[in-house]
Ligand binder design. Structure first.
Ligand code: 9WN
Length: 440
């Protein structure tokens, strides 16, 4: 067992404990996000894991990425889950996805049929910066380029430089209040048949409701019946969203890909083109001047999704907020009625949903609790725009949370209580990164 609840653990001890969590979650090929709740390989989890491991176990970091690339589809998509044939206890199973219906599915490996934010490219850049990691950039570059091309080719339905997601799972923020209004529009004649498994491991109040899950399953079933033909899914699905978080991460990842192309002497024009178009499109379409926030665009409802969550602040991380950073930080991130501690409701930074939102719930999955990855994005964004003191405070809060409560999946901003699964890999991996790499 790990020695937890040591509010004074030294950085060295904390790194050791984090490494132990990652070692315990490691299988022969990859690192599980958690011991039981998530027994397979997840896309952006593995990227966060590799980012942390790059500091302490470079071979482990490279193997994590290699394992993820095994699941790449022939059209370039890297799926959100790669299933381990040996593991059980997670819904949906690979049988529910039936990816063999898709012309582009890989052979001999079971995956989901959707993707997740492309943190993989950011992780590979981190590996490339480590002594001994340069050759890996050459190894990974082709598959990464194919993944980025897939996003820009198959997920930009209007060719405007903004990619769309077709399932909340693709955002990595499954239960965000951003999806509530869209889900309210999805009327189901009949509940899909399935048995969820998550609540055998985690209290119901910390996980999405059955109504939300019904819609998760409905959307995955729809993509399956459409044989994962992206063009048809984008045309038919009631959930098609140009998400600020995914577009910001893709923009940051495109920037990393460009750096790699330059290092390797590969052509750069295509990537530069993506960067220029997305930069303009994100600001033109997703920025809301009145509220001073970026919002997702709902392509079915043809409107901005005016929900104030940390997703709205992701352009800080991506370096897309040159004109708006002061408003994002001063009016929102450090505003006591939204994200900053007020000494009453919020004690730790940063809740994933603004305290001013009618959907704020400090215990429910993605509707208020603190997640280490979101804090990590905000720390990097604050540093990028020179808010060093604010970044230092969020970093300190993040490390106090894991010191006090262990490497939980999410935390109560009022009490630091850990929720979701314990021993969550990315909480451990990103704590390592925050302890070792204190600059952007
Ligand atoms: C569905 C693995 C994943 C994370 C997501 C997080 C959660 C899965 C679930 O767990 O989603 O993909 O079953 O709830 O929301 O970000 O990648 O840790």
């Amino acid at each position: 067992m790990h020695a937890m609840n040591q509010p004074t653990a030294s950085p060295e001890t904390l790194i050791e404990q984090a490494r132990q969590v990652l070692a315990d979650n490691r299988t022969s090929l990859f690192t599980k996000p958690s011991p039981r709740l998530y027994p397979h390989q997840w896309n952006w989890d593995s990227a966060f894991i590799a980012l942390g491991l790059a500091h302490v176990d470079l071979t482990g970091a490279m193997n994590e990425i290699r394992s993820l690339l095994r699941g790449q589809w022939r059209n370039g998509m890297i799926p959100h889950i790669i299933y381990s044939p040996k593991a059980s206890g997670y819904f949906p199973s690979p049988q529910r996805w039936q990816i063999s219906r898709a012309a582009d599915a890989p052979q001999g490996i079971l995956t989901s049929g959707i993707t997740q934010p492309p943190m993989i490219t950011i992780a590979v850049r981190q590996i490339g910066k480590s002594a001994g990691g340069q050759a890996f950039v050459r190894e990974a570059y082709g598959p990464l380029l194919a993944y980025h091309r897939w996003f820009h080719r198959e997920r930009d339905p209007r060719g405007e430089g903004l990619v769309a997601i077709v399932h909340p799972w693709e955002s990595g923020q499954d239960n965000s209040p951003r999806w509530i209004e869209i889900f309210n529009r999805i009327r189901l004649d009949q509940r899909p048949e399935y048995r969820r498994q998550d609540r055998q491991w985690v209290a119901a109040g910390e996980r999405p409701t059955d109504d939300v899950y019904d819609r998760f399953v409905f959307l995955m079933d729809l993509a399956r019946t459409l044989d994962y033909d992206q063009r048809v899914v984008l045309a038919e699905s009631p959930f098609v969203v140009q998400d600020v978080l995914v577009n910001s991460i893709l923009y940051a990842a495109d920037g990393c890909l460009l750096e790699m192309a330059q290092q390797l002497g590969e052509p750069v024009e295509e990537i530069q083109g993506w960067l220029n178009t997305s930069r303009r499109a994100i600001r033109a379409k997703l920025w809301d001047e009145a509220d001073g926030l970026y919002y997702d665009y709902d392509l079915r409802g043809e409107q901005l999704v005016r929900e104030n969550t940390l997703g709205s602040l992701m352009p800080l991380y991506a370096g897309l907020a040159d004109l708006e950073h002061a408003r994002l930080v001063r009016e929102h991130l450090t505003n006591r009625s939204e994200y900053a501690p007020d000494g009453i409701v919020s004690y730790f930074q940063i809740p994933t949903t603004s305290k001013s939102s009618r959907y704020f719930n400090p215990r429910a999955y993605w509707r208020g609790p603190i997640w280490v990855n979101m804090n990590w994005f905000m720390i990097r964004g604050l540093e990028r725009y020179g808010y060093h003191e604010e970044a230092r405070q969020v970093r300190q809060d993040t490390l106090s949370l894991v010191r006090k409560s262990g490497f939980h999946e999410y935390f109560d901003p009022r009490t630091a209580q850990g929720y979701g699964t314990p021993a969550f890999s990315w909480s451990a991996a990103l704590a390592i990164d925050l302890l070792i790499d204190s600059h952007a």
